[in-house]
Design a protein around this ligand. Structure first.
Ligand SMILES: Cc1cc2nc3c(=O)[nH]c(=O)nc-3n(C[C@H](O)[C@H](O)[C@H](O)COP(=O)(O)O)c2cc1C
Length: 181
């Protein structure tokens, strides 16, 4: 089996996971933006990782645009977001976002994993800074008692650097890929 890991990463957390996964599988690694029409034909399995931005999944078009080519091959998707993937409500949010861009057939076909990234406010671009500032303002208007853990964490660490990336969390994905054959 020839595996390809692709990633779409704005600030590096998803790329870090993609590098760890490619290392564990001893396979090729590529920025999703560099994938050409002929690239995927050379591989048996695609593993794509994308950072989460306001419910959107970065680089998902590497799958949606090339689905005809991929429909006969195993496709694995991993998300990288700030929200804790051990909380089922957060997984529901990610799945709802994916349901907007993946057909029901694609959702059934693609195996999903969810990994936790981080945030460094000092490195955010202007638009992202503004989005986080707006989110903070809307959270500050709410009663702290009623906030979700994610939102409380965001308020408490706003402006700082938070990093939840953890190499050991790639294990279930790597084991899943290896048992494919
Ligand atoms: C504007 C903005 C929106 C975000 N939206 C989400 C989100 O909807 N869900 C989530 O879990 N994380 C969200 N995050 C956090 C990123 O997913 C997190 O920083 C991740 O590690 C980014 O990965 P990357 O550096 O590979 O792009 C958001 C971050 C920013 C700056």
């Amino acid at each position: 089996m020839k595996y390809l890991v692709t990633y779409a990463s704005k600030y590096g957390s998803t790329k870090k996971y993609a590098q760890w996964i490619a290392e564990a599988l001893s396979c090729d690694l590529m920025d999703a933006g560099a994938v050409k029409p002929g690239t995927l034909a050379q591989y048996d399995v695609l593993i794509h990782g994308g950072g989460l931005y306001a419910g959107g999944f970065s680089g998902i078009s590497v799958i949606t645009k090339n689905y005809e080519l991929l429909s006969g091959k195993p496709v694995i998707l991993f998300s990288c977001g700030l929200a804790d993937p051990n909380d089922p409500e957060n997984i529901s949010h990610i799945e709802a976002g994916l349901a907007k861009v993946l057909t029901p057939e694609m959702q059934k076909h693609i195996k999903q994993f969810h990994l936790r990234g981080g945030i460094d406010y000092g490195r955010l671009g202007l638009t992202h800074k503004a989005m986080m500032a707006m989110l903070r303002q809307s959270m500050l208007k709410k009663d702290r008692e009623n906030l979700r853990d994610e939102d409380r964490l965001m308020l408490d660490t706003y402006g700082q650097q938070v990093d939840f990336t953890d190499r050991s969390t790639i294990t279930p994905l790597v084991e899943y890929v290896l048992q494919l054959g």
